[in-house]
Write a protein of this length. Sequence first.
Length: 182
Amino acid sequence: MTSISDAKVAFLATDGFEDSELTEPWRAVTDAGGTATMVSPESGEITGKNGHAQPVDLAAGAASADDFDALVLPGGVVNADHLRMDRASIDLARAFFEQHKPVGVICHGAWILIEADVVDGRTLTSYPSLATDLRNAGATWVDEEVVVDAGLVSSRTPDDLPAFCAKVVEEIGEGTHREQHA
């Protein structure tokens, strides 16, 4: 397993996230030695669609990509739909790309990246219903378990979590990726 003992990883989500798409990558990051921080548009606590409650460490409006080494965007239809309407969350996600930092996104989380205008020319996967949205935003969409494109790690569903988590930790361990861009 890759060690990411000095890495600080932001997880960006809000109510309605897919529980396992937050908890499993969180565990993978912390098990590899990284520090996970929950970022959300609102302070307090957020709840997944299956009931997992997660304390919020930092509001999106107060968060800066400067303070983190990577970003993970869990899916969940309600979560992703709300985040793509939150300017602070969109700006934060975009900043990770501008700083060439690794980003992991799964399921419907790609909606946030479309809104942040960072998928044009990139290859990624997502929940299949986002394929047209991603293509319309200029991405090449593929139906694969996990796709890595210059520091951008993407997966489709909770079934893909083992491969997704392993690749997220690997990309964090590699550090910045010059080809990762907004």
